[in-house]
Design a protein around this ligand. Structure first.
Ligand code: PLP
Length: 386
């Protein structure tokens, strides 16, 4: 392979939403125009249609749309009836939203460290964190693959806990149980919460989210809570909030959902190429794929060993290759979530990951020569630092 120059590549982005849009422009523009023509901006017909299509795609009885992924988590916790003081197990290596809504509802987030290879909640450490106050577990399907849901459901059933899956990064991933049955991410626990933030695997053109729910009663409660606690207009039976998916966003999502599997396959192709290119590089540990889950690579996250991760990031930036750190500060060191008993060493795996993880550009429209250039830049940067 001859050396690729920066000039022939153009701007490299973590996510290329513009090229993706250009490939579906006609359908998206038509969907948006229809909403504007109808002026049904709130709860228009596209919202209902999308909810049905999303449920069908996920093979789940109900999909309840809402305003964003954070709201999905909040409404889910309200819907299962969690009360102030209840303890909720949550991985400490995650996006802040997962813990934020727990705290917001005056529940007590109980952090659990993660598996060093899979980055998802360490099921071996979960049971020791359960007390008489524990009421729920919120596994996060981080970077695009499922947490060990079979083990989690077993523990949840034994201790009578709700399971609320944060599947904001893993829509479309599939989990295989030991009996061979397969379920989509977010449809295994009581409620699965997802996000349609533009850069997510199924992203809209603003904010959006949804809950995936099999139980009809629970789905109705969640739907009511997201709509001011009403099922009949102006009759408010329970305390709710205002969390709606815009009709315009639903119209965009209806166009994109049929492409989701192709989008995820494209991400997997990019990941496989990275895996091959870095297989022999000892400074780089490529992401490990769980045995029981497919990986939809919302992020392609490396562990950088023996060279300084931050220096590598800088070198890449100099070559025009963006990279990101998910997440640079563990939740137990965040001012808002720090408890007096936390210190260096409280969650050693997460602390170590915050120093070594690095996510490379991955998206649905990655061109071969762009990825070749990224790979070349990583290899050259490592050589310069080693
Ligand atoms: C994106 C994300 C959320 C929040 O979704 P929003 O739509 O931005 O509110 C929650 N959890 C995880 C793991 C996420 O990646």
């Amino acid at each position: 392979m001859s050396r690729i120059s920066r000039e022939e590549i153009g701007k490299i982005q973590m996510v290329d939403l513009h090229t993706q849009y250009k490939n579906i422009k006609e359908d998206v523009d038509k969907g948006i125009q229809e909403v504007i023509d109808s002026c049904a901006f709130i709860n228009g017909p596209a919202v209902k249609s999308f909810a049905k299509e999303l449920a069908t795609y996920n093979n789940v009885n109900h999909a309840v749309p809402c305003a964003n992924g954070t709201d999905a988590l909040q409404v889910a916790m309200m819907a299962v009836g969690l009360k102030p003081g209840d303890e909720v197990l949550v991985p400490v290596h995650t996006y802040v939203a997962t813990a934020e809504v727990i705290a917001l509802l005056q529940l007590d987030p109980v952090f659990v460290d993660v598996d060093p290879e899979l980055f998802t909640i360490d099921v071996k450490q979960m049971e020791s964190k359960i007390t008489s106050k524990t009421k729920a577990i919120v596994p996060v399907h981080l970077y695009g693959q499922c947490a060990d849901m079979e083990a989690i459901m077993k523990i949840a059933n034994k201790h009578n806990l709700f399971v609320i899956e944060d599947t904001a990064q893993a829509i479309g991933a599939e989990y295989t149980f030991s009996d061979g049955s397969v379920k989509k991410a977010g449809t295994i626990g009581h409620i699965g919460c997802t996000s349609f933030f533009p850069s997510k695997n199924l992203g809209c053109y603003g904010d959006g989210g949804a809950m995936l729910i099999n139980d009809e009663k629970l789905a109705n409660t969640a739907r009511m809570i997201a709509s001011h606690g009403q099922s009949i207009k102006y009759h408010h039976d329970i305390v709710g909030c205002n969390s709606r998916l815009d009709t315009l966003q639903a119209a965009v999502l209806r166009v994109k959902l049929p492409h989701l599997d192709t989008y995820n396959k494209n991400r997997q192709k990019v990941a496989n190429k990275y895996n091959k290119a870095f297989a022999q590089v000892q400074e780089i540990e490529t992401p490990q794929n769980a045995e029981n889950s497919t990986h939809v690579y919302h992020q392609y996250t490396l562990k950088v060993n023996n060279v300084d991760r931050d220096q590598l990031k800088e070198k890449l930036q100099e070559k025009g290759v963006p990279s990101m750190i998910y997440y640079p500060v563990p939740l137990h060191f965040q001012k808002a979530y720090c408890k007096s008993e936390f210190n260096e060493g409280s969650f050693p795996v997460t602390e170590q990951l915050s120093k070594v993880v690095l996510s490379l550009p991955i998206h649905t429209e990655m061109q071969e020569n762009q990825q070749d250039y990224i790979i070349q830049s990583v290899l050259e940067s490592i050589n310069e630092l080693a």
